[in-house]
Design a protein around this ligand. Structure first.
Ligand SMILES: C[S@@+](CC[C@H](N)C(=O)[O-])C[C@H]1O[C@@H](n2cnc3c(N)ncnc32)[C@H](O)[C@@H]1O
Length: 231
């Protein structure tokens, strides 16, 4: 298996497992263009938006889970893929809480200062508005609580996106709790893999469970976004 520095959907289908012609549907191409334009200057890069939409369309997951939705930049392409397919459901988890966002971070770190000062009710409001505007409310089950509390409420996962807590303990807990729920052959995306807190790369420990149970498929955004497949 080779990894790819840019998103090319054919890296998913080296054994002709998926029908790549599904990505040529003009309705899908038009949807993808609208999503990419909408996400310009968001936290979801064009490469990641295409990956999220195309992995969903090709692999037709019954259950998607996202930890860390914020305003929903990455929720949009994933949920739009499910809506396009008229198949599958997304469980979207975010505490939308300043206290949870800074849990485990050192008090004087720049991340702590930034996450402490956010109006999380307004952030959640933007997320809800995005689901409404894109008519995606029906494909999303929103769990506004800490990821450790939500884990018992989600079934087996076909596609997981981890983009939650930035602390070493929080990120590791997310991968330890949620990766075992991903089905064999399912996919898991880790975002902000290179985040640093107090000059330390805090998601490195969270990567260990990925490498123990998955193979790496794609590496985007300079290594900040990693796609894995569960063995
Ligand atoms: C980097 S942001 C997610 C960005 C989002 N995926 C996007 O592309 O716009 C991290 C999110 O994780 C959430 N978060 C942090 N710790 C959490 C926890 N323990 N449980 C649930 N959500 C948490 C924060 O509220 C924040 O919205």
């Amino acid at each position: 298996m080779t990894t790819t520095a840019e998103w090319y959907a054919d890296c998913l289908s080296l054994n002709d497992e998926y029908d790549l012609s599904a990505l040529q549907d003009p309705a899908l191409l038009s949807l993808e263009t609208r999503i990419v334009e909408h996400l310009t200057n968001s936290w979801c890069t064009e490469q990641k938006a295409r990956l999220l939409l195309e992995v969903v369309v090709l692999t037709t997951p019954a259950v998607c889970v996202e930890i860390g939705a914020f305003t929903g930049s990455c929720t949009l392409p994933m949920a739009a893929g499910l809506s396009y397919l008229q198949h599958g459901h997304a469980h979207i988890i975010d505490a939308w809480s300043n206290a949870e966002a800074v849990r485990g971070l050192p008090p004087d770190d720049v991340n702590t200062v930034w996450w402490s000062g956010l109006d999380m009710a307004a952030v959640k409001g933007q997320f809800t508005q995005m689901l409404h505007d894109w008519q995606l409310t029906h494909v999303c089950d929103v769990l506004p609580e800490p990821s450790r509390d939500a884990v018992s409420k989600v079934p087996s996962i076909d596609f997981l996106h981890l983009d939650g807590n930035f602390s070493e303990q929080g990120a590791l807990l997310d991968s330890e709790l949620y990766l075992p729920k991903v089905t064999t052959g399912g996919y898991a995306l880790l975002s902000n893999a290179l985040v640093t807190v107090a000059s330390l790369p805090t998601k490195m420990k969270a990567l260990r469970p990925f490498f123990e149970s998955c193979e790496i498929i794609a590496e985007l955004d300079g290594g900040n976004t990693l796609l894995f497949r569960k063995r």
